[in-house]
Design a protein around this ligand. Structure first.
Ligand code: NAP
Length: 250
Protein backbone atom coordinates (compact mmCIF):
# COMPACT_ATOMS: atom_id res chain seq x y z
CA UNK A 1 0.00 0.00 0.00
CA UNK A 2 1.52 3.33 -1.03
CA UNK A 3 0.42 6.89 -1.60
CA UNK A 4 0.17 7.96 -5.21
CA UNK A 5 3.47 9.82 -4.79
CA UNK A 6 5.73 11.09 -2.04
CA UNK A 7 3.35 13.69 -0.67
CA UNK A 8 3.06 13.93 3.13
CA UNK A 9 -0.15 12.35 4.41
CA UNK A 10 -2.89 14.39 6.12
CA UNK A 11 -5.89 12.70 7.73
CA UNK A 12 -9.11 14.71 7.95
CA UNK A 13 -12.05 13.33 9.92
CA UNK A 14 -15.56 14.51 9.06
CA UNK A 15 -14.38 15.32 5.54
CA UNK A 16 -17.72 14.73 3.79
CA UNK A 17 -19.06 18.27 4.32
CA UNK A 18 -18.43 21.71 5.77
CA UNK A 19 -15.09 22.51 7.38
CA UNK A 20 -13.68 19.01 6.86
CA UNK A 21 -14.40 18.94 3.11
CA UNK A 22 -12.93 22.43 2.67
CA UNK A 23 -9.88 21.44 4.73
CA UNK A 24 -9.29 18.36 2.58
CA UNK A 25 -9.28 20.58 -0.52
CA UNK A 26 -7.06 23.20 1.11
CA UNK A 27 -4.47 20.67 2.30
CA UNK A 28 -4.41 18.94 -1.08
CA UNK A 29 -3.69 22.33 -2.67
CA UNK A 30 -0.80 22.68 -0.25
CA UNK A 31 0.71 19.37 -1.41
CA UNK A 32 -0.69 16.82 1.04
CA UNK A 33 -2.04 13.42 0.14
CA UNK A 34 -5.33 13.66 2.05
CA UNK A 35 -7.13 10.70 3.60
CA UNK A 36 -10.79 11.65 4.01
CA UNK A 37 -12.79 9.92 6.74
CA UNK A 38 -16.58 10.11 7.21
CA UNK A 39 -19.66 7.89 7.16
CA UNK A 40 -21.03 9.30 3.88
CA UNK A 41 -18.40 7.81 1.59
CA UNK A 42 -20.42 8.74 -1.50
CA UNK A 43 -19.44 12.35 -0.68
CA UNK A 44 -15.81 11.76 0.37
CA UNK A 45 -15.17 9.60 -2.71
CA UNK A 46 -16.16 12.48 -4.99
CA UNK A 47 -13.83 14.90 -3.19
CA UNK A 48 -11.01 12.34 -3.10
CA UNK A 49 -11.30 11.90 -6.86
CA UNK A 50 -11.04 15.69 -7.35
CA UNK A 51 -7.96 16.09 -5.16
CA UNK A 52 -6.21 12.76 -5.82
CA UNK A 53 -6.76 11.70 -2.22
CA UNK A 54 -8.11 8.59 -0.50
CA UNK A 55 -11.64 8.20 0.87
CA UNK A 56 -12.18 5.68 3.65
CA UNK A 57 -15.30 4.85 5.64
CA UNK A 58 -15.12 6.15 9.20
CA UNK A 59 -17.61 6.23 12.03
CA UNK A 60 -15.76 7.72 15.01
CA UNK A 61 -18.39 6.30 17.38
CA UNK A 62 -17.68 2.74 16.24
CA UNK A 63 -14.51 1.15 17.65
CA UNK A 64 -14.13 -1.36 14.77
CA UNK A 65 -14.59 1.31 12.12
CA UNK A 66 -11.90 3.46 13.77
CA UNK A 67 -9.55 0.45 14.03
CA UNK A 68 -9.81 -0.30 10.30
CA UNK A 69 -9.36 3.37 9.42
CA UNK A 70 -6.36 3.84 11.71
CA UNK A 71 -4.63 0.63 10.59
CA UNK A 72 -4.85 1.65 6.94
CA UNK A 73 -3.88 5.26 7.58
CA UNK A 74 -0.99 4.56 9.97
CA UNK A 75 0.55 2.33 7.31
CA UNK A 76 0.49 5.24 4.85
CA UNK A 77 2.59 7.23 7.35
CA UNK A 78 0.30 10.01 8.62
CA UNK A 79 1.98 13.34 9.42
CA UNK A 80 -1.04 15.54 10.06
CA UNK A 81 -4.29 14.64 11.81
CA UNK A 82 -7.21 17.08 11.65
CA UNK A 83 -9.74 16.07 14.32
CA UNK A 84 -12.78 17.72 12.78
CA UNK A 85 -15.64 15.17 12.95
CA UNK A 86 -18.24 16.42 15.39
CA UNK A 87 -21.28 18.56 15.87
CA UNK A 88 -24.25 19.39 18.03
CA UNK A 89 -27.69 17.87 18.59
CA UNK A 90 -30.46 20.00 20.02
CA UNK A 91 -30.57 23.32 21.84
CA UNK A 92 -32.36 22.89 25.14
CA UNK A 93 -31.99 24.00 28.74
CA UNK A 94 -30.40 21.53 31.12
CA UNK A 95 -33.82 21.06 32.74
CA UNK A 96 -35.06 19.52 29.47
CA UNK A 97 -31.83 17.79 28.40
CA UNK A 98 -32.19 14.78 26.13
CA UNK A 99 -29.73 12.10 27.26
CA UNK A 100 -29.47 10.53 23.80
CA UNK A 101 -28.46 13.86 22.27
CA UNK A 102 -25.89 14.42 25.00
CA UNK A 103 -24.50 10.90 24.43
CA UNK A 104 -24.24 11.55 20.66
CA UNK A 105 -22.33 14.79 21.25
CA UNK A 106 -19.99 13.22 23.79
CA UNK A 107 -19.27 10.13 21.70
CA UNK A 108 -18.73 12.03 18.45
CA UNK A 109 -16.75 15.05 19.66
CA UNK A 110 -14.89 13.63 22.66
CA UNK A 111 -14.50 9.86 22.37
CA UNK A 112 -14.12 10.16 18.58
CA UNK A 113 -11.25 12.62 18.98
CA UNK A 114 -9.70 10.39 21.65
CA UNK A 115 -9.86 7.28 19.43
CA UNK A 116 -8.33 8.90 16.35
CA UNK A 117 -5.65 10.71 18.32
CA UNK A 118 -4.64 7.60 20.29
CA UNK A 119 -4.68 5.43 17.18
CA UNK A 120 -2.57 7.72 15.01
CA UNK A 121 -0.16 9.02 17.65
CA UNK A 122 2.57 6.41 16.99
CA UNK A 123 2.53 7.16 13.24
CA UNK A 124 2.58 10.93 13.87
CA UNK A 125 5.60 10.61 16.17
CA UNK A 126 7.27 8.25 13.71
CA UNK A 127 6.89 10.86 10.94
CA UNK A 128 9.39 13.07 12.80
CA UNK A 129 7.21 16.15 12.18
CA UNK A 130 3.72 15.28 13.39
CA UNK A 131 0.86 17.75 13.84
CA UNK A 132 -2.55 17.36 15.45
CA UNK A 133 -5.11 20.05 14.65
CA UNK A 134 -8.36 19.81 16.57
CA UNK A 135 -11.44 21.77 15.58
CA UNK A 136 -13.14 22.69 18.85
CA UNK A 137 -15.33 25.82 18.94
CA UNK A 138 -16.04 29.04 20.80
CA UNK A 139 -18.31 26.60 22.67
CA UNK A 140 -15.05 25.23 24.16
CA UNK A 141 -14.28 28.65 25.63
CA UNK A 142 -17.52 29.73 27.32
CA UNK A 143 -21.01 28.47 28.18
CA UNK A 144 -24.21 29.66 26.49
CA UNK A 145 -27.83 29.16 27.46
CA UNK A 146 -29.42 25.95 26.12
CA UNK A 147 -26.06 24.73 24.86
CA UNK A 148 -24.65 22.75 27.80
CA UNK A 149 -24.61 19.40 25.95
CA UNK A 150 -22.47 20.88 23.18
CA UNK A 151 -20.38 23.30 25.27
CA UNK A 152 -19.68 20.48 27.73
CA UNK A 153 -18.53 18.13 24.96
CA UNK A 154 -16.43 20.82 23.26
CA UNK A 155 -14.79 21.78 26.57
CA UNK A 156 -13.93 18.10 27.14
CA UNK A 157 -12.58 17.70 23.61
CA UNK A 158 -10.47 20.85 24.11
CA UNK A 159 -9.10 19.57 27.43
CA UNK A 160 -8.05 16.31 25.78
CA UNK A 161 -6.26 18.28 23.07
CA UNK A 162 -4.65 20.86 25.42
CA UNK A 163 -3.43 18.16 27.80
CA UNK A 164 -1.45 16.60 24.96
CA UNK A 165 0.52 19.83 24.55
CA UNK A 166 2.22 19.05 27.88
CA UNK A 167 2.25 15.27 27.62
CA UNK A 168 3.93 15.33 24.22
CA UNK A 169 6.48 18.00 25.06
CA UNK A 170 9.82 16.84 23.70
CA UNK A 171 8.18 14.74 20.96
CA UNK A 172 8.15 15.90 17.33
CA UNK A 173 4.44 16.78 17.43
CA UNK A 174 2.73 20.14 17.15
CA UNK A 175 -0.75 20.77 18.54
CA UNK A 176 -3.09 23.44 17.22
CA UNK A 177 -6.61 24.11 18.46
CA UNK A 178 -8.95 25.87 16.05
CA UNK A 179 -11.97 27.45 17.77
CA UNK A 180 -14.44 28.88 15.24
CA UNK A 181 -17.57 30.89 15.91
CA UNK A 182 -20.51 30.81 13.48
CA UNK A 183 -19.67 28.94 10.27
CA UNK A 184 -22.40 28.22 7.72
CA UNK A 185 -22.20 24.46 7.05
CA UNK A 186 -24.52 21.50 7.69
CA UNK A 187 -23.85 22.05 11.41
CA UNK A 188 -27.19 23.69 12.24
CA UNK A 189 -29.12 21.33 9.97
CA UNK A 190 -27.70 18.43 12.01
CA UNK A 191 -28.32 20.27 15.29
CA UNK A 192 -32.00 20.83 14.40
CA UNK A 193 -32.53 17.39 12.91
CA UNK A 194 -32.91 18.54 9.28
CA UNK A 195 -35.14 21.58 9.99
CA UNK A 196 -33.78 23.99 7.33
CA UNK A 197 -35.88 26.98 8.45
CA UNK A 198 -34.52 26.73 11.99
CA UNK A 199 -30.98 26.24 10.69
CA UNK A 200 -31.27 29.35 8.47
CA UNK A 201 -32.27 31.45 11.51
CA UNK A 202 -28.85 30.80 13.08
CA UNK A 203 -27.16 32.79 10.30
CA UNK A 204 -29.97 35.31 9.61
CA UNK A 205 -28.98 38.97 9.39
CA UNK A 206 -25.24 38.42 9.71
CA UNK A 207 -22.36 37.30 7.56
CA UNK A 208 -21.08 34.00 8.97
CA UNK A 209 -17.70 32.43 8.27
CA UNK A 210 -17.53 29.97 5.40
CA UNK A 211 -15.99 26.52 5.69
CA UNK A 212 -13.24 27.78 3.43
CA UNK A 213 -12.40 30.64 5.80
CA UNK A 214 -11.68 28.07 8.50
CA UNK A 215 -9.87 25.70 6.14
CA UNK A 216 -7.49 28.47 5.09
CA UNK A 217 -6.55 29.08 8.72
CA UNK A 218 -5.99 25.34 9.23
CA UNK A 219 -3.81 25.34 6.11
CA UNK A 220 -1.82 28.28 7.47
CA UNK A 221 -1.16 26.51 10.79
CA UNK A 222 -0.14 23.35 8.94
CA UNK A 223 2.30 25.22 6.71
CA UNK A 224 4.42 26.84 9.46
CA UNK A 225 7.94 25.47 9.88
CA UNK A 226 8.26 22.55 12.35
CA UNK A 227 9.52 24.68 15.26
CA UNK A 228 6.48 27.03 15.12
CA UNK A 229 3.44 25.85 17.08
CA UNK A 230 0.27 27.90 16.73
CA UNK A 231 -1.38 26.81 19.99
CA UNK A 232 -4.92 28.22 19.75
CA UNK A 233 -6.68 30.15 17.02
CA UNK A 234 -10.11 31.67 17.68
CA UNK A 235 -11.89 32.94 14.58
CA UNK A 236 -15.31 34.52 14.45
CA UNK A 237 -17.31 36.53 11.95
CA UNK A 238 -16.95 40.31 12.41
CA UNK A 239 -20.65 40.25 13.35
CA UNK A 240 -20.07 37.94 16.33
CA UNK A 241 -18.60 39.07 19.68
CA UNK A 242 -19.07 35.88 21.71
CA UNK A 243 -20.83 32.52 21.61
CA UNK A 244 -24.12 34.17 22.59
CA UNK A 245 -23.79 37.71 21.19
CA UNK A 246 -24.00 38.68 17.53
CA UNK A 247 -25.05 41.72 15.54
CA UNK A 248 -27.94 41.01 13.18
CA UNK A 249 -29.15 43.42 10.50
CA UNK A 250 -32.90 43.66 9.86
P1 NAP B 1 -20.93 19.60 9.17
O1 NAP B 1 -21.01 20.21 7.81
O2 NAP B 1 -22.16 19.03 9.78
O3 NAP B 1 -19.76 18.53 9.18
C1 NAP B 1 -19.63 17.57 10.22
C2 NAP B 1 -18.75 16.45 9.72
O4 NAP B 1 -18.57 15.51 10.81
C3 NAP B 1 -19.37 15.69 8.55
O5 NAP B 1 -18.37 15.45 7.58
C4 NAP B 1 -19.83 14.39 9.18
O6 NAP B 1 -19.68 13.33 8.25
C5 NAP B 1 -18.81 14.23 10.29
N1 NAP B 1 -19.29 13.30 11.32
C6 NAP B 1 -20.36 13.44 12.14
N2 NAP B 1 -20.50 12.33 12.89
C7 NAP B 1 -19.50 11.49 12.52
C8 NAP B 1 -19.13 10.18 12.91
N3 NAP B 1 -19.81 9.49 13.83
N4 NAP B 1 -18.05 9.61 12.33
C9 NAP B 1 -17.35 10.28 11.37
N5 NAP B 1 -17.65 11.51 10.95
C10 NAP B 1 -18.73 12.10 11.54
O7 NAP B 1 -20.42 20.71 10.24
P2 NAP B 1 -19.07 21.56 10.36
O8 NAP B 1 -19.48 22.91 10.81
O9 NAP B 1 -18.22 21.42 9.17
O10 NAP B 1 -18.41 20.84 11.62
C11 NAP B 1 -17.05 20.43 11.65
C12 NAP B 1 -16.51 20.64 13.07
O11 NAP B 1 -16.51 22.05 13.36
C13 NAP B 1 -17.32 19.99 14.17
O12 NAP B 1 -16.43 19.43 15.12
C14 NAP B 1 -18.09 21.16 14.79
O13 NAP B 1 -18.41 20.91 16.13
C15 NAP B 1 -17.06 22.26 14.63
N6 NAP B 1 -17.57 23.64 14.66
C16 NAP B 1 -18.55 24.07 13.82
C17 NAP B 1 -18.99 25.38 13.88
C18 NAP B 1 -20.08 25.92 12.98
O14 NAP B 1 -20.64 26.99 13.29
N7 NAP B 1 -20.41 25.27 11.89
C19 NAP B 1 -18.44 26.27 14.81
C20 NAP B 1 -17.43 25.81 15.65
C21 NAP B 1 -17.00 24.49 15.57
P3 NAP B 1 -20.71 12.12 8.03
O15 NAP B 1 -22.07 12.60 8.47
O16 NAP B 1 -20.61 11.82 6.57
O17 NAP B 1 -20.16 11.00 8.88
Amino acid sequence: MTTSNDRPVAVVTGASSGIGAATARQLANQGFHVVLGARRTELTEKIAAEIDGTALPLDVTDRDSVRGFVDYTAELGARLLVNNAGGAKGLAPVADADEEQWRWMWETNVIGTLRLTKGLLPALVESGDGHIITVTSVAALEPYDNGAGYTGAKHAQAMLHRTLRGELLGQPIRLTEIAPGLVETEFSLVRFDGDAAKADQVYAGLTPLTARDVAEVIGFAASRPPHVNLDTIVLKPRDQASASRAHRRQ
